[in-house]
Design a protein around this ligand. Structure first.
Ligand code: PFF
Length: 444
């Protein structure tokens, strides 16, 4: 059990805030035309993200066990089909697929942390950011090694039980990351390109909204809030019940997460524009090829770069822990006490191997393509943009239709009747239909 509401908020925020905000949000905005993408993303957070976040945490807190067993228990109590238990299995699978490539990217941030240690000591200098990044991607050994280091860090925390390390990391290091972003936004102002950046991010060009943009924005909303993967459900199981309002708690998490993403956007794009990089089509390398330019020119830039990438690695770490936790909780519940360490290790090994394929798709296996996507792109697309929204839709349907109304109501005692009714219809009809429309539109 978490010791308090604050600890839960810290852990859940730790899960939500990560590479999704600082690496993925800017590059998805860049690849999907800027303002139009951001607008749809924000709408998705409000209309889909918030209700589904409440629903996920609620199911965890009601069920009190691993996601699969929580859902099965609630189904039994509600006389609904036990087949609902399959839903979290898909979520768990999505979380593990995400962990595979996420760990590769987190490996990049570890590598950059190390580069800045060296730069600070004066032994190297990142003169050519695009060249250095390209060199990293071309080096399977280095990619695999950093990917392994990050996976080990993740599995250690999950194997030992989540609370202790996580609490400390989130309580001190997340605010530090927030402060670093604020300072970078300040630096962006000095480049004279903050207004251009704001225009790119917030002036929607409606001509650019098509099925693919909407799907990407929806996927990003689920990804950034860790939804559809049962991570939040797994954490909700440890949340005490008394006097903790789920809507308020979910609101705090969603707001913090969105603030970090928007700050990251306003930190990165002025730099991108100022150094003559095109804000459009930046791809997954965007922050790695743009930020080093600024760190080269800023006073104390090397130290700044070191702190930035170190804190980003920690943010990635607190997220990756939440990807490994649901599967570990489920399998170790099935295999019995004492199996937790072995299960965590086994799952991490699986994810490392799958991630290795993703890492190789950046070099040796670059020729293996699925349409426009390489292995890594495909993994990211299928897990984040398809499986997470689908999982979120099923969770909405589950809480809206299958779960007994009185159980649902019992978890939300402080909500006025009208708000409860509105939330329930959001979950029953609005959210599932919207996700369905997004998926269909992109498929057609
Ligand atoms: N929300 C995390 C981020 O923004 O970096 C990523 C994530 C965590 C996705 C947990 C999915 C998940 F289950």
């Amino acid at each position: 059990m978490w010791s308090s509401r604050l600890v839960f908020i810290l852990a859940a925020t730790g899960s939500a805030v990560g590479l999704g905000n600082i690496w993925r949000f800017p590059y998805m905005a860049s690849d999907n035309g800027g303002g139009a993408f951001v607008l749809v993303y924000l709408a998705c957070i409000a209309i889909l993200g918030l209700p589904i976040l409440i629903a996920e945490v609620l199911v965890g807190r009601q069920g009190r066990r691993s996601p699969v067993h929580s859902v099965v228990t609630i189904s039994e109590a509600s006389r609904a089909s036990a087949a609902w238990g399959l839903m979290p299995v898909m979520g768990i699978l999505a979380a593990l697929m995400i962990l595979s490539f996420y760990s590769v990217v987190a490996g990049w941030t570890l590598h950059y942390t190390w580069l800045y240690v060296q730069q600070l000591l004066g032994s190297t200098r990142l003169e050519d950011p695009a060249g250095s990044f390209g060199a990293l991607l071309g080096n399977p050994l280095q990619l695999g090694m950093w990917h392994a280091v990050f996976m080990v860090l993740t599995v250690v925390v999950v194997a030992l039980g989540v609370e202790k390390g996580l609490e400390r990391a989130v309580r001190w290091l997340m605010p530090a990351l927030f402060a670093m972003l604020l300072l970078l936004v300040g630096y962006g102002l000095t480049t004279g390109h903050a207004a251009d950046a704001a225009r790119f991010l917030f002036q929607p060009d409606f001509g650019k909204i098509d099925g693919a943009t909407v799907l990407a924005a929806t996927g990003q909303a689920f990804f950034t809030l860790s939804l559809g993967s049962c991570s939040m459900m797994a954490y909700g199981a440890y949340l005490p019940r008394d006097n903790i309002s789920l809507p308020r708690t979910a609101g705090t998490i969603a707001l913090t997460d969105t603030a970090v993403a928007l700050l990251a956007g306003m930190a990165i794009f002025p730099i991108v524009i100022a150094y003559g990089i095109s804000p459009e089509g930046g791809g997954p390398g965007l922050i790695f090829t743009s930020l080093p330019h600024a760190f080269n020119d800023m006073p104390l830039g090397s130290l700044y770069g070191l702190l930035f990438f170190a804190l980003l690695s920690v943010a990635a770490w607190t997220s990756s822990i939440s990807m490994l936790e649901p599967g570990t909780a489920w399998l170790s519940e099935r295999l019995g006490v004492g199996s937790r360490k072995k299960v965590a290790l086994g799952l991490a090994l699986f994810c490392w191997l799958l991630g290795l394929l993703a890492a190789l798709s950046l070099n040796r296996l670059a020729h293996v393509k699925f349409g426009e996507r390489d292995i890594m792109g495909l993994l990211e697309f299928v897990a984040s943009d398809l499986m997470l929204p689908l999982g979120g839709m099923l969770i909405a349907l589950f809480t809206g239709w299958a779960m007994d109304r009185s159980l649902l109501r019992g978890q939300l005692p402080e909500m006025p009747e009208w708000a409860f009714t509105a939330l329930r219809w959001l979950l029953r009809v609005v959210a599932p239909l919207l996700v369905l429309a997004v998926l269909l539109r992109a498929a057609l």
